[in-house]
Design a protein around this ligand. Structure first.
Ligand code: SF4
Length: 514
């Protein structure tokens, strides 16, 4: 089944998406308040310490909690601070409707708190966002070379990023309406430069929409629909951002997402909420996502919006002392000694048994970053954050265009230079740079930070793995040597290499991108 990007339900038979409509008004109000309380606890260390220390709320805290619309009794939501781990496990399983697999201890806690069960069910009703992203990864492009390349990026992300790689939606285009970013978040994984320009959208609307149309014509309309309206930029920096969203929707039929870190501009947040939530089609969108950088920012948002007004959107708490670990890329990596700080993700560390399993990257696009201000196109895809790829994505190629008139020729040329159906004969054939090669008696293993891939076939392919791992010979040279010196059947060799290539194990940085 092909996903329709405006579709609310994920279409799964047992999906609870629509059960949200079956909750009573009181239950929805309670769920909205639990969500708000949980956000408060994440953002406010003093509140967290007091409640988990059994001290209850101070008079000021009590006044604030009530002021921001939380009327629930503390004893009814004590699970939030008394059993945070069990609650998080329950919610994770409830999201997938797999509560039955949880231990009796966890379910005993759920049984003790009816509001926890309500929250779990309400969370489950929002499962379609995850399902939706999974479907994006499966949509095929009409462009043969791009389609094969993107399939390899999906396979590679799964191998390289493990669990997190399975949850990436692999959007195809990121349209940047600004150059740089004015916010300067301390955790910025892309270490975005300072804001240096914004798109004059009213003046360039025709050029921009022409480019969007061309992307659809070249790669398929569904590919163009799978776009983000920012990537390494902040939507708020462009005063015509919402106009772009509306025009894009009219052109392609797709409603784009928004994540913003400028939440203290309440007018801006209201305008976004109006775009996403007051729609003629009556569909529910879980946007905008608000990145909450400080407790003050959270207080401003709560002063402006009731729990019911923010019940459908994510408030991603990004305060500095939040317990959720950050991906150690971009600005965090730069802040440490010359990219080699204690948290740098060296290959040895990643493979050591003692290493925790970090997320690896926040990147998600497998396709094109198109900066409409600098008129640059970059081909990129998610990878494990490392010294070599500090922003969590690999860059496969870059080009500049001058206007909508040469855009098509430039992007097509870039694709021809970087995306192949088979490994080019005259390029060095080597494994992806995150992979550790281990020869075995039967063939070889390829180890990543998350997975071990086994390859048998030494009897038929000879030292093929060793030659690729050495990274010194072109594909043509490897074929010739193995055929001449090891009497390996060339047809079998080509099939083996093609399989490794299609499964995303082969390095594809063919163009020097600097
Ligand atoms: S995380 Fe986003 S808003 Fe923050 S500095 Fe980076 S690009 Fe800007």
């Amino acid at each position: 089944m092909k996903p329709t990007l405006n579709e609310r339900s994920c279409g799964a038979e047992d999906c609870g998406c629509d059960t949200a409509l079956g909750f009573s008004e009181e239950e929805v109000a309670q769920a909205a308040q639990i969500k708000r309380f949980s956000e408060c606890l994440q953002a406010d260390a003093a509140l967290r310490t007091r409640l988990s220390g059994g001290k209850g709320l101070s008079p000021e805290q009590e006044a604030w909690i009530r002021k921001i619309g939380i009327e629930l009794k503390l004893t009814d939501v004590a699970f939030l601070w008394e059993h945070p781990l069990e609650v998080s496990a329950y919610l994770m399983f409830a999201l997938k409707g797999r509560e039955g697999e949880l231990s009796e201890d966890v379910m005993a806690i759920v049984g003790k708190y009816p509001l926890l069960e309500l929250w779990g069910k309400y969370t489950q009703s929002r499962c379609c966002l995850d399902e939706f992203l999974e479907k994006w990864g499966q949509v095929a492009s009409e462009h043969e070379k791009f389609n094969a390349w993107r399939k390899r990026r999906v396979a590679s992300a799964k191998s390289e990023l493990g669990f997190f790689g399975m949850r990436i939606g692999h959007p195809v285009f990121a349209f940047e309406l600004n150059a740089g970013c004015s916010v300067g978040c301390w955790f910025c994984s892309f270490a975005t430069d300072k804001l240096s320009g914004t798109l004059d959208y009213p003046a360039q609307r025709d050029e921009v929409m022409s480019i969007v149309r061309q992307c659809g014509d070249i790669f398929g309309k569904e590919m163009a629909m799978m776009s983000l309206p920012y990537y390494r930029t902040e939507p708020h920096d462009n005063p015509h951002y919402i106009d772009f969203l509306k025009d894009f929707e009219q052109e392609t039929g797709a409603v784009m997402c928004t994540s913003t870190a400028v939440c203290h501009d309440i007018e801006w947040v209201k305008n976004l909420l109006e775009y996403y939530q007051k729609r003629e089609d009556g569909q529910i969108y879980y946007w905008p996502r608000l990145s909450i950088l400080t407790l003050d920012m959270l207080r401003k948002v709560y002063d402006a919006f009731t729990p019911m007004e923010t019940k459908d959107i994510e408030l991603l708490i990004q305060v500095k002392d939040h317990q959720r670990p950050k991906v150690t890329g971009g600005r965090i990596l730069q802040e440490q000694a010359g990219l080699r700080g204690v948290e740098d993700l060296s290959q040895d560390d990643r493979l050591s048994a003692a290493a925790a399993v970090p997320q690896g990257t926040i990147a998600c696009v497998s396709g094109f970053d198109i900066n409409l201000v600098t008129r640059t196109i970059m081909i990129f895809g998610p990878c494990y954050t490392s010294e070599k790829w500090p922003y969590g994505f690999r860059v496969y190629g870059q080009a500049n265009y001058t206007s909508e008139k040469d855009f098509e020729a430039v992007i097509k040329d870039l694709v021809e230079r970087t995306m192949f159906l088979s490994p080019p004969a005259d390029h060095i054939l080597k494994f992806r740079d995150d992979i550790v090669f281990r020869p075995t008696e039967a063939g070889f293993d390829l180890a990543t930070a998350h997975q071990l891939h086994h390859f048998k076939g030494r009897s038929k392919c000879g030292p093929l793995g060793e030659m690729i791992a050495a990274g010194e010979s072109t594909y043509a040279q490897i074929l010739k040597t193995l055929h001449k010196e090891h009497k390996v059947n060339t047809f079998i060799l080509r099939a083996a290499v093609q399989q490794l290539f299609d499964d995303g194990f082969i390095d594809e940085i063919y163009v020097s991108v600097g």
